[in-house]
Write a protein that binds this ligand. Sequence first.
Ligand SMILES: [Zn+2]
Length: 172
Amino acid sequence: MTEPDQPDAQRAIDLKHLRRAIELGDLAVTQGNHPFGSVLVSGAGEVLAEGMNSHSIDKGPGHAEANLARTAAREFDIATLRDATLYTSVEPCSMCSGTIYWAEIGTVVFGMTERLLGEMTGDDPENPTQDLECRQIFASGRRPVDVRGPFPELEDRIVAQHRAFWRSGADE
Ligand SMILES: [Zn+2]
């Protein structure tokens, strides 16, 4: 669900940080990991921390958003975390949404839906993508987490990033 009434200025800021999250996904691949990245930005607009994927069947669960949220929760106080926005190239899964919730982060902005990712990862055992909107998970909580996304203008870029990576698992 996009938010057409979102002020242009906020949207431009969101796009800037989402593009950095996508770049971090490319960087993760150069380090032998999956193409996912995320950025934590303070209420004042300062980049607080960045996260990259470190996940594999062998290494265990290490999604970019959960990695970042865990690190941030240890480094920053609750007021800072609740004011902060976690930007991520792809909608956070249940594990990451749960970690974001428990890390007290206030807002999530994602580029592409998890459902669309699932169409590309297919049955790849390295990324058995779930099909669950993060808004559903946050709606089940006892404190609000605001969500913005997906951003259709970034979809081609993110789709290309994942098609290139998951081609062995997709039926093309
Ligand atoms: Zn995840």
